[in-house]
Ligand binder design. Structure first.
Ligand code: GLN
Ligand code: ZN
Length: 765
């Protein structure tokens, strides 16, 4: 029999039990015992589910109360002194590192005030991990034995598992040196760390584990030579220890071909590769296998929600069997299923035709088993038949295919993606209309999403208020926002986005080709989960999506109000994309839908239109090279297709946040004005990088994630610093991002101070 295996299962619970329990624990509403019990139940549920589905190799230690990388930091005692000094329980230390802790002193406990460790995106997924943070004083030692405890917990239920650990080289490489030890190179800690891996692996073996899965996902990145060399050092050491479980060495999310030299001599029992993302690496990666090594074939997509194509997957596994023999092949998920929602059966409202195309984690577990049975020669003809039918239904459905959209994408040409004149000429025409002062002020779009707004939106969704009542409510919110902006003297206004639940969902709901789940939650970080919309077919806009609100806002003021849209790349990146059409095509379809909207806004008298692309940077492919260059090219092209249908005099804005942006990446978008998250960047070099940005720019002047109110002087000194290397006539004054998560109180004061600072500079220059 060819074995089946799962690399990891979502740990949030089918009904977000983990979120509810952890948040209640943080609020002091449930005891630690209650919280631990919820974790234990979720684990037991997940193991049983996989066991019942017939999975041969079931993961353990894929559970975490916050983040699996942070689990390792606790396990290896990589706990900076600023957390350790409070002598909190291990679990509370863990949460303090993950999310910070601020607690007043009580009679029995002293005050705690510590910020969280840095949180970083997990490769190109929407998951974020807590960055291991090392210093010269880090004392490596085993702190507890979570992997062993969870292994034993499963064993007690009669379930043999394969514990999962992030590998030592990836763990160090994904970490960083702490502020007090900036000269420390994390990788230099390998000698200290690897013995701890040996120790925990030995304990696992003693507990009865015969195999472990060690993930080294950094192998899909461009790696410096000394990092590549570290794999041999680490895994040779582990191989030299006796009595350890057999290691399956796992990579995912990309090709490892450029790093094959780093792994080809590793003494491990099996390699796992992601053949969903990179099937073309098959020949190269299988060529490195020694006769005693097995291959875990990742064919069930851990990153998306589409039903597997059994015929296609089976063919690939069959190819592996032909090359290596049945005993050396394992059928697997491409990566952990952490990135997929838990259970499709929870979706009661999906169109049955569409639902038949989907597979969430619970369903994917069964898919792995079917493929394994199929290649083993067992009779799964009923499953294969049903699967082939779903696959062909999807391919030929008129929900998937819209010929008109396909034709329109094919007709995109240079002209459609180029403004009619270059920026200097556009600017001249725009200046005549807007007559803006030097240091023009604006905001990024949203104003506080108050409780009142959420209540009214819910009422409207539930039908307890009519569309007219809701519109009246939204208009009064817009009016409040407009009057406030006029009052404090902002130059280019926004309507405040009170009608929007989420910047992608709001448009997705109005675009044909999208669908939504009721319960398709995926962990983003800690207790924060997202429910990405799903692109199921060719995308088009049946009617205007945002014109009504913008027109109303513009009708009640003489100042320009920005039309406000979410860009094609961001709509794509924050959704589950199709896997039957390439990303570029999907982005261009979105671009065309947005182009119609941009043109409609212009026709309705809106003179400034902002198209947000906060996800532009995160879409950048992990490796330098052709794929990355192509991405930058189509990402910019989609933005330009969306925004080039307007006259010179219409001013196009764009906005970026969440990550370090290379100004070169946004040049090609050719927006007239861009705003960028910037307030936390003190680095003068980063400012200087923007010096040669040709069009106008607003570098964000305050952090919208914090209730803190910067004073006028603080704004002045920030702008002064920027002016040292930045031309005043190109500079806009704005916050980092939208204000939806802020209260009105701090919003009012912060913006007032910001406008005062701009006025100050108008007198200076
Ligand atoms: N216009 C959006 C807002 O202000 C932009 C949000 C974002 O960049 N994440 O809320
Ligand atoms: Zn933003």
């Amino acid at each position: 029999m060819v074995q089946s295996s799962v690399l990891g299962f979502p740990r949030i619970g089918a009904n977000r039990e983990l979120k509810k329990a952890t948040e209640a624990y943080w609020q002091g509403k449930v005891s630690v015992e209650d919280l631990l019990k919820v974790g234990k139940d979720i684990r037991a549920h997940n193991w049983k589910l996989q066991k019942e589905a017939g999975v041969d190799v079931i993961p353990s230690n894929d559970f975490s109360f916050y983040d699996q990388v942070l689990d390792l930091s606790l396990l290896f005692n990589v706990i900076p002194e600023r957390y350790a000094k409070y002598n909190l329980s291990p679990l509370d230390t863990f949460f303090a590192m993950g999310r910070g802790l601020q607690r007043k002193a009580t009679e029995t406990e002293k005050a705690v005030d510590v910020t969280a460790l840095e949180m970083v995106k997990w490769f190109d997924s929407n998951y974020h991990y807590v960055r291991p943070t090392f210093s010269h004083s880090t004392q490596f030692k085993l702190n507890g034995q979570k992997p062993v405890d969870e292994f034993l917990e499963a064993k007690a239920l009669g379930i043999q598992t394969r514990p999962v650990l992030l590998g030592p080289v990836s763990y160090l490489f994904l970490g960083k040196a702490d502020k007090d030890s900036l000269d420390l190179e994390p990788l230099s800690l390998l000698q200290k760390l690897v013995p701890l891996y040996a120790e925990i692996l030995k304990k696992l073996a003693e507990a009865g584990a015969t195999e472990v899965q060690i993930d080294e996902p950094i192998l899909v990145l461009d790696l410096p030579q000394q990092v590549k060399a570290a794999f041999k050092t680490a895994y040779d050491f582990l191989a030299s220890q006796s009595g350890l479980p057999a290691i399956t060495f796992a990579t995912y999310f990309g090709t490892v071909v450029p790093n094959l030299d780093a792994i080809k001599e590793l003494p491990v029992a099996a390699f796992h590769f992601d053949f969903v993302r990179n099937p073309e690496q098959f020949d190269d990666v299988t060529a490195i296998l020694k006769e005693n090594q097995s291959l875990s074939v990742g064919v069930i997509d851990g990153r998306n929600i589409w039903k597997n194509d059994f015929a296609k997957s089976s063919a690939l596994v069959q190819k592996a069997i032909e090359k290596l023999g049945k005993d050396r092949v394992i059928v697997a998920t491409s990566s952990s299923l952490l990135h997929t929602p838990v259970d499709l059966e929870n979706e009661k409202k999906l169109n049955p035709e569409i639902k038949d195309w989907f597979s969430f984690a619970t369903q994917k577990v069964k898919e792995v088993v079917v493929v394994a049975k199929n290649v083993s020669g067992e009779d799964v003809s009923a499953e294969l038949k049903a699967n082939a039918k779903s696959v062909s239904n999807r391919a030929s459905s008129n929900i998937t295919n819209n010929e008109e959209v396909q034709k329109r994408v094919a007709s995109i040409d240079e002209k459609m993606s180029t403004r009619s004149s270059p920026f200097p000429q556009r600017l001249e025409e725009q200046n005549k209309i807007f007559n803006l002062p030097l240091f023009p002020t604006t905001t990024i779009g949203s104003f506080p999403q108050t409780k009142d707004i959420r209540i009214n939106r819910n009422k409207f969704v539930k039908g307890t208020i009519t569309a007219e009542e809701y519109e009246k409510f939204i208009n009064s919110e817009i009016e409040t926002v407009i009057r406030f902006q006029e009052e404090i003297g902002l130059d280019v206004l926004v309507h405040g986005e009170p009608e929007r639940n989420d910047m992608v969902q709001y448009f997705g709901e109005q675009i044909d080709g999208y669908t939504f789940t009721a319960n398709g939650w995926v962990q983003s970080y800690g207790s924060r989960y997202v429910r990405p919309p799903i692109i199921v077919g060719d995308l088009s806009r049946p009617k205007a999506m945002s014109v009504k609100e913008s027109v109303y806002a513009q009708s009640i003021t003489t100042k320009p109000v920005k039309g406000m849209l979410t860009g094609p790349v961001t709509c794509l990146r924050w959704s589950f994309p199709r896997n039957d059409v390439d990303q570029k095509t999907q982005a261009l379809q979105l671009a065309l839908a947005l182009r119609d909207e941009v043109n409609d806004l212009e026709a309705a008298g809106i003179k400034v239109i902002q198209v947000d692309e906060p996800a532009l940077r995160e879409g950048l492919p992990l490796r330098a090279g052709d794929e990355r260059a192509a991405y930058l090219q189509w990402a910019a092209e989609s933005f330009r297709v969306a925004t080039s249908g307007v006259a010179n005099k219409t001013q196009i804005h764009s906005h970026f946040c969440y990550s370090d942006l290379d100004p070169n990446h946004i040049k090609a978008l050719d927006a007239d004005v861009v705003s960028i998250e910037f307030s936390k960047k003190d680095d003068p070099n980063y400012i200087a990088e923007f010096q040669n940005y040709p069009n106008h720019i607003g570098l964000g002047l305050f952090d919208i994630h914090s209730p803190r109110i910067p004073s006028t002087e603080e704004f002045i000194s920030k702008i002064e610093t920027i002016m040292k290397s930045y031309p005043a006539e190109k500079f806009w004054v704005n916050p980092d991002c939208g204000l939806k998560t802020r209260g009105w109180e701090e919003t009012k004061l912060s913006l007032t101070h910001m406008v005062e600072a701009a006025k100050h500079f108008r007198e200076v220059y």
